[in-house]
Design a protein around this ligand. Structure first.
Ligand code: PRX
Length: 652
């Protein structure tokens, strides 16, 4: 008997919305595209015949201090090293190169605060700001190979600090400003950061969100030698406690520094940044990206997919704290010499037309955003985009979670005026760059992420690694290395490091990071979701193990299990099942009091971005014979799925 879903309860109807139309590109788009159909054919042919020659060409488009000896050092798989022997600094290519060329006076960044205040930087201005901070970092003792933690909202100084760290050869670790003090402390310790950069606070949803007090809390109990210096950017002007000599105001430090600074000539494989990402076990793990490979992969795919032109104004709505913000909010546009927009605040502030008003006011030509945000905006209806002139838009991109045909069609019709291509791009923190995506010249199928980009050896396989025919779902794998692939952070990060073999050994010899997919007869890929216990809540990865650990650290919780449920706006939400310690609720005036306390506790542990849709109490939780909690049984119960008698529930 097939599984039955109660559609009214789960919203599964949307997911089943089938759209068979194919949307062909506008002829003008094809004529004007950087990558024409002929170019694409040639690129695919070269990449298939000689992938290393393909990526070597991509690397030649950038400036290197010293040319590589080998395009790919594959002597110790899966520890692949791209452009081995080459010396390069991404900051040189993202800034210095432009500041000394015809791009010098082009706008690099348009930053808009939530209240509507704007700050604009040309490439030359940004270059000078970055140099000042790079010099300040050097004066504070930061050297090549160190790490800097940034606990920053979207501010120009966030971008400046990332590039200044890169310039001196330090690796940056950006912690999203919605994470808790405990999280931040752990990440500072993991990264052994000498310097922390933060802000006094920022604006979001019409409120001031203080950050410095969170930092002060985080720094209690931080390891010796970590965060010896804290630079504070005064964004909102609130009173903050400054602890001498540790805490310094950003402007006091950069004011006395020169606006000239040289880039450290890094080995191509040297670490540029780390980002933490959730997996199936334990706490989030740090993945690292290197100057050379990440730079080449992001530069190449950004220009290919977004078809960047000198006149473009590009707007990525992702927070810089996530990989999308790193790769295509900051580095991609700078490497391409483009003009990009960064927005500080809430997308619904002061009204549901904030994004559309920004598109109209700045003349945005390319918009890269997420399905959750689009579904949220859709709910307010098309009258909001209708109020604004969106005619400058020419390319729309989506990332992070399945967009689904309904949202795709809304975006295409109401935002793209049925003319702009909607590009659903599939990639991950670990891949570092877009992997599967249509190009503006591609015929589009709503709900599909298109085909692998040239140079990306994707496939859909069974557990033994055999390629599956069209229509059959299986594991989405990448069979050959690609330049943006992550590397393991240096050994000093110990247990916090993501391990390459976890990704390359599950299906021997191939990279598998957890997604299921199928292809159609035309070779178009459709992402079916995660194969593991990683949730995707509003486009943010959360491990059930991580959420359960936070629940279990509450003294009233004896057992806990977390499952993901479908949600109309967020794609997925988390529901917790908790077996309380018997009698514990008496301390809280009953179950509701205990439930509220557990919710508060988890927020404190993990940060304000974490919330459960519901916390349900059970006397006990279902287990397998080996003692593991059966999340699947809980999920089936919630979704009304019935299984055949005799169908066994395997361990999860
Ligand atoms: O499950 C896939 C989903 O997001 C995961 C990667 O999450 P993260 O590392 O946080 O990076 C997000 C931004 C690149 C993937 O394993 N995902 C990403 N893009 C898509 C997607 N699912 C469906 N469609 C996409 N376009």
């Amino acid at each position: 008997m097939p599984k039955r879903y109660d559609e009214s309860k789960t919203g599964a109807l949307d997911a089943l919305h089938v759209e068979n139309r194919v949307f062909r590109p506008d002829p003008q788009t094809v004529i004007e595209a950087n990558v024409t159909p002929d170019d694409l054919e040639a690129a695919l042919a070269l990449a298939a015949a000689d992938p290393l020659a393909y990526w070597e060409r991509a690397a030649e488009e950038l400036e290197w201090h010293r040319r590589w000896e080998r395009v790919l050092d594959d002597d110790d798989p899966p520890r692949f090293r791209w452009f081995a022997g080459g010396r390069v600094n991404i900051a040189h290519n993202a800034l210095d190169r432009h500041a000394r060329s015809g791009n010098k006076n082009r706008l690099a960044l348009i930053w808009e605060g939530e209240a509507g205040d704007c700050r604009k930087f040309t490439y030359y201005e940004l270059f000078r700001e970055v140099n000042r901070l790079a010099n300040a970092f050097r004066s504070l003792g930061l050297v090549r190979g160190d790490r800097v933690t940034l606990y920053m909202p979207p501010l120009p100084e966030t971008l400046i600090a990332m590039l200044a760290a890169a310039k001196v050869g330090a690796s940056h670790s950006l912690v999203f400003a919605g994470f808790s003090a405990r999280f931040l402390r752990q990440r500072i310790n993991d990264a052994r950061s000498k310097i922390l950069v933060t802000a006094d606070g920022f604006y979001r949803g019409g409120r001031v969100i203080p950050l410095k007090p969170v930092v002060d809390d985080a720094l209690h109990g931080v390891h010796g030698g970590c965060a010896e210096t804290v630079l504070v950017v005064p964004r909102v002007g609130i009173d903050v406690e400054m602890t001498a000599p540790r805490d310094l105001f950003y402007h006091d430090v950069v004011r006395r520094e020169s606006a000239e600074a040289a880039c450290a000539a890094m080995e191509s494989d040297d670490e540029l940044f780390v980002l933490f990402t959730s997996g199936t076990t334990g706490r989030p793990k740090a993945v690292a990206h290197a100057h050379g490979g990440f730079m080449v992969g992001v530069h190449h795919t950004f220009r290919e997919v977004f078809d960047v032109k000198p006149t473009d104004i590009y707007f990525c709505t992702a927070d810089p704290g996530w990989i999308t913000g790193h790769a295509y909010g900051i580095y991609g546009p700078l490497l391409a010499g483009a003009t990009s927009i960064m927005y500080e605040g809430h997308p619904l502030y002061p009204q549901a037309d904030r994004l559309w008003s920004m598109v109209a006011r700045h003349g945005v030509t390319a918009l890269y955003t997420t399905p959750t945000l689009l579904r949220l905006l859709m709910r307010y209806g098309p009258q909001y985009p209708k109020k604004h002139d969106l005619s400058t838009l020419r390319i729309l991109g989506s990332v992070g979670e399945p967009i689904g045909a309904e949202t795709w069609l809304w975006l295409h019709k109401h935002i793209g005026r049925s003319r702009c291509p909607v590009l659903d791009t599939w990639w991950q923190t670990e891949t570092g760059m877009m992997m599967i995506s249509p190009l503006p010249i591609s015929p589009l199928k709503p709900g599909s992420v298109g085909k692998p980009l040239p140079g990306i050896a994707a496939d859909v396989v069974d557990a033994a690694g055999n390629s599956l025919p069209p229509g059959k779902g299986g594991f989405l794998v990448i069979k050959k290395p690609w330049p943006g692939m992550f590397k393991e952070p240096t050994e000093d990060m110990g247990e916090a490091r993501a391990c390459l073999s976890d990704y390359w050994n599950r299906i021997p010899g191939m990279y598998f990071a957890g997604d299921m997919a199928h292809r159609d007869e035309d070779g178009y890929y459709f992402i079916q979701g995660r194969a593991d216990d990683v949730l995707n809540i509003a486009g943010r990865r959360m491990g059930t193990a991580e959420l359960e650990a936070a629940l279990l650290s509450h003294r009233g919780v004896a057992e806990a299990a977390v499952i993901g449920l479908p949600d109309r706006i967020k794609g997925q939400v988390a529901k917790a099942f908790v077996a309380p310690v018997p009698g514990y609720e008496a301390q809280f005036d009953g179950e509701d009091g205990l439930r509220a306390d557990i919710a508060r506790h988890v927020r404190r542990e993990l940060g304000p971005i974490v919330a459960f849709k519901a916390i349900e109490f059970r006397e006990s939780l279902p287990h397998t014979r080996s003692g593991k909690i059966l999340r699947r049984a809980l999920r089936d119960g919630e979704l009304g799925v019935e299984r055949d008698e005799g169908e066994t529930l395997e361990d999860e």
